[in-house]
Design a protein around this ligand. Structure first.
Ligand code: SF4
Length: 168
């Protein structure tokens, strides 16, 4: 069962979208220099269909995208929730994976954006000129484009609303 530790409404994680970013726990990647080690533990609130619907309905009037931050221990479950968002809420869906590649059996058709790549501190995050990470965008014609460059042109982070540790 996927669980999440907290969420933010953010502006810079997904280009030109107002995004409900859900921070999923039980991260298996153990990247050296990880900035979110609190997500390594298998704890938080279960992220099932009902809980996802509750979150999206709560913020739907102000967001254009839902982003799953993590979930690499259960990629099929992330893909299933992405399908739910697209079918039930008709808003965009993104995924921040810490993997360099996704398992081939995972259905990525419901994602508008997927960020790939482990976090390597010396190479930096998406807005670093030396980053190893990539943000991929599905275009209207179905092609997938690497839009990582956007982050270097838009170095600026802002958060408007946060619910910390909702399970507590
Ligand atoms: S994927 Fe993210 S949360 Fe997981 S270890 Fe790497 S940097 Fe940390």
């Amino acid at each position: 069962m996927l669980k999440y530790a907290n969420f933010d409404v953010v502006f810079q994680e997904v280009p030109d979208e107002v995004t409900l970013a859900i921070n999923i726990s039980n991260c298996p990647n153990q990247c050296p220099g990880c900035h979110s080690k609190y997500l390594w533990k298998d704890e938080g609130k279960p992220l099932d269909n009902n809980e996802l619907n509750r979150l999206v309905e709560q913020y739907k009037s102000g967001i254009t995208c839902v982003c799953f931050m993590g979930g690499d221990n259960e990629p099929e479950s992330v893909a299933q929730l992405a399908r739910q968002v697209k079918n039930d809420h008709k808003i965009k869906v993104a995924w921040y994976s810490g993997k360099n590649d996704l398992p081939q059996n995972v259905d990525t058709n419901h994602f508008d954006y997927i960020k790939l790549g482990r976090y390597i501190a010396e190479l930096g995050p998406l807005d670093s000129a030396t980053t190893n990470q990539h943000m991929m965008k599905r275009l209207a014609d179905g092609r997938v484009k690497d839009i990582t460059e956007w982050f270097r042109r838009n170095k600026h982070v802002e958060t408007v609303e946060t619910e910390k540790n909702p399970a507590v």
